[in-house]
Write a protein that binds this ligand. Structure first.
Ligand SMILES: NC(=O)c1ccc[n+]([C@@H]2O[C@H](COP(=O)([O-])OP(=O)(O)OC[C@H]3O[C@@H](n4cnc5c(N)ncnc54)[C@H](O)[C@@H]3O)[C@@H](O)[C@H]2O)c1
Length: 451
């Protein structure tokens, strides 16, 4: 039987009269806050970034995944945004959505989680339910947050509840929304899991309970490590195909026709964003502390991190074929964000490629309508307009992000030389001046047959 205080909270959740607090209003926390407000809950959003709080209170949204009008409607009805953390005591449910980056030694930096948890611990009261959504290593909820809250003299499972639920949104993805992506939840006790299931059932179609917070934490790391390792394999195959003078995109597309046992992953300048380049390192760090070396993770990360070098080498070879050297050549980079149709440049490999090009003394400009300006090696660059003239001026046009608003047929037609790391030109006829992750070669031509 679920205990009386838990029953009360369960009813408040089911009747949507529970107050929901969200700590951290970024790519994860803001859409979540809006979804709970749309679901009928009163929501308090907390953030330490004063400028972000001010902008949100003016109705200005910073992520493309939340529609301005939907956000403004939530703000006018059930959503409040504040940096007054004393108000955490008003929330029945508190969800932590703060960043989990790497520190300078490429090790987990969970200081944001711990400082949010300290804020909660200061005003934790009976009847509150705390959930962690930030991606982190297994044990964070049960071994770090639980003792912090227990020091308040309250008992988990009876006085308050604690659970982990990994966020799985894919910014920019219009096909899978927060509502349609199933939610995994793992509570410290069975009551915690039951409350988490009830809570997320109000805003998502399917909730998947697992037996513990550590299992839920590991689910997220399996998902993202699976991506990192498979992207690493695709990146290694891109290099293999380049050596063999085979078209990597043709190979992947043909392999993907197998109706079972193969899921296509694609090469590129390297994975970016706040998840794939970072999360597997959270797991390998944890395992190192337990005297286990996660070899798949280390190798995949190594291959992925080398991709910007591979791309720069490709540009140098392509220029060489055209009788030019990289030093002094004018490179126009198309795309700065880590993936298409987002405005996120965190860990973007496009920036690594651009920095390497500058190191090799190329002259650089970029086009990205999502990023009006960016700083590279202390110099501020402003996006160019994509025109025929801009394309014709460049010695090489380098496609680093395949934003969907770009006319790639025009790029291939106007540019003197194209290096395409995303297969954005894949649907166009092959052309000798367009390198798609490798030197273009005639159909059927192999390494042995090549000049
Ligand atoms: N971005 C994604 O696609 C994605 C997807 C799934 C999971 N995640 C995970 O979700 C978590 C959050 O990621 P994000 O992309 O939303 O980060 P973000 O940087 O976009 O937003 C985090 C917000 O938290 C605020 N913040 C930091 N410390 C705080 C504190 N102590 N108290 C209150 N606010 C604080 C920041 O000011 C910022 O507004 C990370 O663990 C990430 O790995 C991200």
């Amino acid at each position: 039987m679920i205990q009386s205080t838990a029953t009360e909270l369960l009813q408040r959740i089911e009747q949507r009269v529970a107050n929901v607090g969200i700590i951290g209003l970024g790519y994860v926390g803001l859409p979540l806050a809006v979804e709970f407000a749309r679901g009928g809950f009163r929501v308090l959003g907390f953030d330490i970034d004063q400028a972000r709080v001010d902008a949100l209170n003016r109705g200005v949204c910073h992520t493309g995944d939340v529609d301005d009008r939907v956000f403004q409607q939530a703000l006018a009805t059930r959503l409040e945004v504040t940096n007054n953390f004393d108000r955490l005591s008003e929330a029945d449910v508190i969800i932590i959505c703060v960043p989990t980056p790497l520190d300078n030694n490429k090790e987990p930096d969970i200081s944001h989680i711990m400082s949010a948890a300290e804020q909660i611990a200061c005003c934790l009261r009976r009847g509150q339910f705390i959930l962690l959504e930030s991606t982190t290593f297994p044990g964070t909820t049960g071994e770090l947050l639980l003792p912090l809250f227990e020091r308040r003299g309250l008992h988990v499972g009876s006085d308050y509840w604690l659970a982990f639920s990994p966020e799985r949104i894919d910014p920019g993805n219009k096909r899978f929304t927060m509502r349609s992506i199933p939610r995994v939840v793992g509570g410290v006790t069975a009551h915690c899991t039951r409350l988490a299931t009830a809570l997320y059932s109000t805003i998502v179609e399917k909730v998947v309970p697992v037996s513990s917070p550590a299992a839920a934490e590991l689910v997220k790391l399996l998902e993202n490590t699976y991506r990192a390792v498979n992207i690493g394999l695709a990146n290694e195959f891109a290099q293999v195909a380049d050596i063999l003078r085979v078209d990597i995109w043709e190979v992947i597309d043909a392999a993907a026709t197998k109706p079972y046992g193969f899921t296509p992953f694609y090469p590129g300048p390297g994975p970016g964003g706040h998840c794939i380049p970072i999360d597997p390192l959270y797991l390998s760090w944890k395992l190192r502390s337990l005297r286990y070396r996660a070899r798949f993770i280390e190798l995949a990360c190594e291959i992925n991190q080398e991709m910007p070098e591979f791309v720069v080498d490709l540009v140098a070879r392509a220029l060489n074929e055209h009788g030019k050297c990289l030093n002094g050549s004018y490179i126009l980079a198309l795309g700065a964000t880590y993936k298409r149709d987002t405005c996120d440049i965190r860990e973007s490999p496009a920036l690594d490629v651009m920095r390497l090009l500058l190191q090799r003394r190329a002259r650089l400009a970029y086009v990205d309508q999502y990023i009006p300006s960016l700083k590279l090696n202390d110099i501020t660059y402003h996006t160019k307009m994509l025109t025929g003239e801009t394309l014709r001026e460049a010695d090489c046009v380098l496609i680093l992000t395949d934003h969907s608003d770009v006319d790639y047929a025009q790029v291939a037609q106007e540019a003197r030389l194209v290096v395409d790391t995303r297969n954005a030109t894949g649907s166009l006829p092959q052309a000798p001046h367009v390198w798609r992750m490798s030197r273009p070669c005639a159909r059927g031509q192999t390494q042995r047959g090549a000049a």
